[in-house]
Design a protein around this ligand. Structure first.
Ligand SMILES: [Zn+2]
Length: 170
């Protein structure tokens, strides 16, 4: 059975407001929350009475493939790349209770991420590809990185789009 959980907030602000048996009722409740200005109201679909495959192991691995941490955790959670001030590390949650399997799966993910050039973390700055990190395009400030020479990886796509649109409108 699926239930519809109306939530509000994010991270430490996150809370469950109400639980409904139909999506329509949940949406009506969410609309009422938005009427009074509640931010980040959301509806989550939860399957009730599921205990299966909740146990998992979280593996911490370096770019070179060294496992530095394995700890017990619960699903759901995926993977992320973090930066500890010195190096980038992969954290990955695998739905298993066997350490050997968790490490194997994480190692496969590690090689895949590196092969796809996807080994980067949220907040990472990369040299601006538009100006090759110089910050200048000829005599003017680079419109993509605005002269910084570096840009957040997740901002890059948006900035490139904005620049393209500006050029198209000129
Ligand atoms: Zn630039």
């Amino acid at each position: 059975m699926i239930v519809y959980v109306v939530t509000s907030g994010e991270y430490s602000d996150y809370s469950i407001e109400a639980v409904f048996s139909t999506k329509e009722k949940a949406e009506a409740y969410k609309a009422d929350m938005e009427w009074v200005g509640s931010e980040k109201a959301d509806i989550e679909e939860w399957e009730v009475d599921t205990l299966r495959e909740r146990r998992a192991l979280e593996v911490g691995m370096t770019r070179e493939g060294e496992t530095y941490m394995v700890r017990k955790t619960l699903l759901p959670r995926g993977h992320e790349i973090i930066f500890n001030g010195k190096e980038t590390l992969l954290l990955n949650v695998v739905a298993t209770e066997e350490e050997e399997r968790a490490v194997k799966v994480t190692n496969e993910l590690r090689t895949r991420l590196i092969a796809l050039s996807a080994w980067h973390y949220k907040g990472e700055k990369i040299p601006c590809p538009s100006c090759n990190g110089r910050g200048l395009k000829g005599e003017v400030l680079c419109p993509v990185c605005k002269g910084h020479g570096k840009i957040l990886r997740e901002e890059l796509v948006n900035e490139l789009k904005t620049v393209k649109e500006t050029e198209a409108n000129q």
